[in-house]
Design a protein around this ligand. Structure first.
Ligand code: HEM
Ligand SMILES: *[C@@H]1O[C@H](CO)[C@@H](O)[C@H](O)[C@H]1NC(C)=O
Ligand SMILES: *[C@@H]1O[C@H](CO)[C@@H](O)[C@H](O)[C@H]1NC(C)=O
Ligand SMILES: *[C@@H]1O[C@H](CO)[C@@H](O)[C@H](O)[C@H]1NC(C)=O
Ligand SMILES: *[C@@H]1O[C@H](CO)[C@@H](O)[C@H](O)[C@H]1NC(C)=O
Length: 217
């Protein structure tokens, strides 16, 4: 995340956009929030970025968002502390049919955007994902990912989440060994509530969560 300071100028380019941000908070973890917003260019062309935010209290050791219905099916994002002020965002895929810890997947095309880090007892990851409309490729040819696809127009898209309470992981290793969840669940998100108009081209480090309007799911 240090490199963001060098590139900050890009993020300050005037992009006059108000994103519709869809927020989901698990009933059993009200302080944990997952947000999503999708540029209309992505929806129209079925390719391009989607934006995700995971915001978790530091009382959680890790918090995770999954695309699809279950562990074995697709793209998994895990957020944990790297230090007192920085976060690690670990993209993972299950390589054993969802039986154990998902493995770090370097083929996820993610950017951790400005505003990510730990402050005021919250871990925040603002994420731009360039290949989240389908299952990420995996390095293993034998245990390749599922047939997952995300419909950016979908009014009832499947997602899941999991979390583990406990002390901070304190690791910048995206392949850090994590203990199993102590809470988890599934949700359906109406992505028609998460669209925004991106008439101007969005900078690489554009963070829609800084200026969006909020819809609670
Ligand atoms: C960190 C290591 C992990 C281990 C060892 C692990 C292990 C397991 C096991 C054994 C189950 C089946 C038994 C049960 O339902 O409790 C399960 C279910 C589940 N896990 Fe994990 N898990 C891990 C991480 C994750 C992550 C990061 C997510 C992301 C959201 C996740 C989401 C789920 C969900 C939604 C289920 C219930 C549905 C299903 O079986 O796929 N898990 N996990
Ligand atoms: C989403 O809906 C719009 C309007 O109907 C359509 O033009 C676009 O192709 C759809 N996108 C996908 C990925 O189906
Ligand atoms: C993790 O970092 C926190 C500060 O953020 C520190 O208080 C704690 O002792 C560290 N834990 C380990 C196991 O290093
Ligand atoms: C591939 O998945 C199968 C079960 O789906 C599992 O038995 C096997 O250990 C996995 N192989 C690797 C390399 O993870
Ligand atoms: C990630 O996406 C960008 C933008 O589409 C592309 O230029 C880049 O090659 C991709 N990187 C990888 C590793 O796929």
């Amino acid at each position: 995340m240090h490199t963001f300071h060098l590139l900050q100028g890009l993020a300050l380019a005037p992009v006059l956009v108000t994103a519709n941000i869809l927020i989901y908070s698990p009933p059993s973890q009200p302080a944990l929030t997952y947000s999503i917003t999708i540029p209309d260019t992505t929806t129209a062309t079925d390719s391009g970025p989607i934006y995700l935010q995971i915001s978790a209290p530091t009382t959680l050791q890790w918090a995770s968002l999954g695309q699809g219905t279950q562990m074995d099916s697709a793209n998994i994002f895990i957020l944990y502390a790297a230090s007192a002020t920085e976060v690690t965002l670990s993209p993972r895929s299950s390589m054993d049919g969802g039986q154990s810890q998902p493995e770090y997947n370097p083929l996820a095309n993610l950017t951790l955007l400005p505003g990510s880090g730990i402050d005021n007892g919250r871990m925040i990851a603002n994420i731009r994902c360039m290949n989240c409309l389908s299952a990420w490729p995996t390095l293993s040819s034998t245990n390749s990912s599922s047939e997952y696809t995300l419909d950016p127009n979908g009014t009832s898209t499947a997602w899941f989440w999991a979390s583990k309470s406990g002390p901070p992981v304190n690791s910048s290793d995206p392949a850090a060994d994590l203990a199993m969840h102590d809470d988890k669940g599934t949700m359906q998100l109406d992505l028609s509530l998460a669209q925004f108009t991106s008439a101007e081209s969005l900078g690489v480090l554009y963070n829609p969560f800084l200026e969006g309007s909020i819809v609670i799911s």
